[in-house]
Design a binder for this molecule. Structure first.
Ligand SMILES: C[S@@+](CC[C@H](N)C(=O)[O-])C[C@H]1O[C@@H](n2cnc3c(N)ncnc32)[C@H](O)[C@@H]1O
Length: 316
């Protein structure tokens, strides 16, 4: 998975490729309402931090920098002027990107602000277990049994996957994601770290796993040859550190003012243009919060040195 996504010629790092947006639709691509909601969350973090001189906004796995550009556009100029936007990416900086955006290979150490990771962790390579052994995968996607699990991976399964993965024999070991997330959170000196992803929790692990491929908007077999995305859902509860909260995207976006309710019909005659605009916006909000779709994504919100993990949440 690591070589197929990030090695030479890998899916995410091949120069000149269309980027993630050419292969699948994340919440970032679905609507500018998403960047607007992240801007609202950033304002809350800013207030919690007492409006520091430099407010870091770190986008982990930034794709082509679309979310950062959207957040900068949504902020009022006085706040935007204090924001230090970082795109953390393994791909090259896209041509023509807003020069304010710093393109880096790792999150800046000691950041103060908001670290946001939309659909990053599902692309952090992970081990898969079957019947107590690692699953080996050939470049054509053929699977075969590997060696027995090491102690740390066995311990992770015992703690986080009911029955240690014994029911169907297959399980996805989230340890690499836990470690990647802990590393990203540790880069924050103060602020909030948020990971948003297709997730599952201990009470509802997927019995047969979730390993999937995507190419050009379609689900394809997860063949690790560099020709498709290879992804697996994230055990976000095992990533959570002290004081973290886990929300559905529906709950999170509703708390940040994104609503899918239709505009009042009276607006149609009073101001037809505003009505059409409000209708389009409600449609986009509905996509971002849909059951069985993006609305089921999980938001893991991890406070670092601030009072709460979420606007309105009691101090933990
Ligand atoms: C599914 S895309 C999501 C892009 C964007 N966040 C969005 O939501 O549209 C995942 C991105 O994470 C990047 N990525 C994965 N691991 C990374 C790492 N360790 N450091 C920086 N970027 C990484 C990949 O190159 C890819 O562009």
């Amino acid at each position: 998975m690591d070589a197929a996504l990030y090695g030479p010629g890998g899916f995410y790092v091949r120069p000149g490729g269309p980027g993630p947006a050419g292969h699948f639709r994340t919440s970032v691509h679905a609507s500018a309402l998403y960047a607007g909601a992240v801007a609202r969350l950033l304002r809350w973090v800013d207030a919690e931090l007492g409006h520091p001189q430099g407010l870091d906004l770190v986008d982990m796995g930034a794709g082509r920098g679309e979310l950062l550009a959207g957040v900068l556009a949504a902020l009022e100029p006085e706040t935007a002027a204090r924001v230090r936007p970082y795109a953390v990416e393994r791909a090259e900086r896209p041509v023509g990107l807003d020069p304010r955006i710093r393109w880096v290979g790792a999150p800046p150490e000691g950041a103060t602000g908001l670290l946001f990771a939309n659909e990053w962790l599902d692309n952090v390579p992970l081990e898969i277990a079957e019947d107590g052994r690692y699953v080996l995968v050939a470049p054509d996607g053929t699977e075969s049994p590997g060696g027995p699990l090491d102690g740390a991976d066995r311990a992770w399964l015992e703690r986080w996957w009911p029955g240690g993965g014994a029911q169907t024999g297959r399980a996805e070991i989230g340890r690499a994601r836990d470690e990647a997330w802990a590393g990203a959170v540790a880069s924050l000196e103060r602020g909030l770290a948020v990971a948003v992803d297709y997730g599952h929790t201990r009470d509802a692990r997927p019995p047969y796993g979730t390993l999937t491929g995507f190419r050009a908007g379609r689900e394809v077999p997860p063949v690790p040859d560099g020709g498709c995305d290879v992804t697996a859902h994230v055990a976000l509860d095992s990533c959570a550190g002290p004081g973290a909260v886990l929300l559905t995207q529906r709950e999170a976006l509703s708390g940040l003012g994104v609503s899918g309710s239709r505009p009042a019909l009276a607006l149609a005659s009073a101001d037809p243009v505003a009505y059409v605009r409000a209708l389009a916006s409600a449609g986009e909000a509905a996509e971002l919060t849909a059951r069985g779709g993006l609305g089921d994504f999980l938001w893991l919100c991890q406070p670092v040195g601030i009072r709460a993990a979420w606007p309105g949440a009691a101090a933990g």
